[in-house]
Design a protein around this ligand. Structure first.
Ligand code: 1CP
Length: 354
């Protein structure tokens, strides 16, 4: 059960880190940097330790998870670690028949299209993911003053994988269900919100210092549909972890028109992709929230001088913000040169040192 009071959350060593200060919109010694998908992907040391172990299997091995999560912290000197896992792990943990296919992504054996299919989604108990608790405890001990970010998929993005049966460009089955059977849609997202809330609580109780809700594909929706059919469910997730006092980050891709609502859903920090400058994003989100972002991940393939010029644009647009966490506008691309990431961390730290 979740018997620990919020004050027992064992993350006090990271309290004064630049990352948590920026999330709380307090003055920082330098702009903190981390990268979505910093673990795995581009690192040779990641490919080495992952060899011969399937993705989902590796997520259930606490020592391996700990090593992979620490790799980018050691190599790049980023200001936060992100727990190595995947958004479908809690679904797998409650018995949904799914796999992560290399080069494809999550694939679901029996897509959810009818009321009867909802039976696949029972509540998540902490014991279903005891390997997560174990890995996070190990990680927090190893990380010391570096904060650990926990994460989960948001109800809409999880629903997209479950309804489509796998990655989708247009989300057509998902939208067909959303418009065609609003009642079933609402029940589906409600169940996913309960699972996601439980999964985030497990991570916070084990010592995560912040959480990010990935609604990666929600930019496929127009604002009215987001407000009525998705936002109430994401808001329940944020509300369910509000009492812990850890920063809650909310991120999606192509969400320029949704940023205000994504803040209203209950985030402390709103993640922004590269399509909208941070000063404009701040106007849309409004006061009282920090922003995270938003360098185009493809810029890491450009020569160093161009990379620095693009980082300058991000930092200049962020100059008037109350709280800024430097990040990419989406995840690190698999063929990224790790040295470019290290150089970028150094550059942002140097340029923003106060
Ligand atoms: O830093 C990190 O890499 C942490 C680990 C991490 C995270 C944060 C992984 C490992 N997955 C995720 C989150 C995740 N998974 C998201 C949200 C973030 C984002 O938008 O990038 C999403 C949408 C997924 C779903 C997913 N899992 C995809 C995308 C498929 C699609 O729809 O286009 C893929 C390819 C995966 C598999 C996966 N997850 C993680 C890794 C290292 C891999 C590759 C596994 C392999 O190659 O075997």
């Amino acid at each position: 059960g979740f018997e620990h009071p919020a004050s027992a959350v064992p993350n006090s060593a990271a309290r004064d880190s630049a990352f948590l200060k920026a999330c709380r919109r307090e003055p920082v010694p330098h702009t903190p940097v981390w990268f979505m998908r910093q673990a795995g992907r581009s690192l040779p040391e990641y490919r080495e330790v992952r060899r011969g172990t399937a993705m989902l299997e590796s997520c259930m091995m606490p020592e391996l998870v700990t090593e992979i999560t620490l790799q980018p912290v050691r190599r790049h000197g980023v200001d936060a670690a992100i727990y190595f896992s995947d958004i479908v792990v809690p679904l797998k943990a409650i018995g949904v028949d799914l796999d992560i296919k290399p080069g494809v992504g999550p694939v679901v054996a029996h897509p959810i299209r009818s009321r009867a299919d909802l039976a696949q989604l029972r509540a998540l108990e902490p014991d279903d993911v005891s390997y997560v608790t174990e890995a996070i405890r190990m990680l927090v001990a190893e990380l010391g003053a570096t904060p650990l970010i926990g994460f989960a998929g948001a109800p809409f993005t999880l629903a997209s994988y479950l309804v489509e049966g796998g990655p989708s460009r247009n989300h057509e089955h998902t939208k067909a269900l959303m418009y065609g059977d609003p009642q079933l849609w609402s029940e589906l997202l409600d169940r996913l919100a309960v699972i996601t809330s439980a999964f985030l609580k497990v991570q916070i109780e084990a010592g995560a210092s912040a959480v990010q809700l990935f609604d990666s594909w929600v930019g496929a929706l127009k604002p009215a549909d987001y407000r009525e059919r998705v936002m109430p469910h994401s808001a329940k997730v944020f509300e369910s972890v509000a009492g812990y006092g850890v920063p809650r980050i909310h991120f999606g891709v192509g969400t320029g028109e949704l940023l205000g609502l994504m803040g209203e859903a209950g985030a402390d920090v709103v993640g922004v992709d590269w399509r909208i400058p941070l000063d404009e994003a701040a106007r849309r989100v409004g006061p009282g929230r920090a922003l995270q972002g938003n360098l185009d991940p493809a810029v890491l393939f450009a020569p160093r001088e161009a990379l620095r010029a693009q980082a300058d644009q991000v930092l200049d647009a962020a100059a008037g913000l109350e709280g800024h966490v430097f990040n990419l506008g989406h995840g690190v691309l698999p063929d990224t040169d790790p040295a470019a990431l290290t150089a970028l961390v150094e550059y942002v730290h140097e340029r923003t040192a106060r």
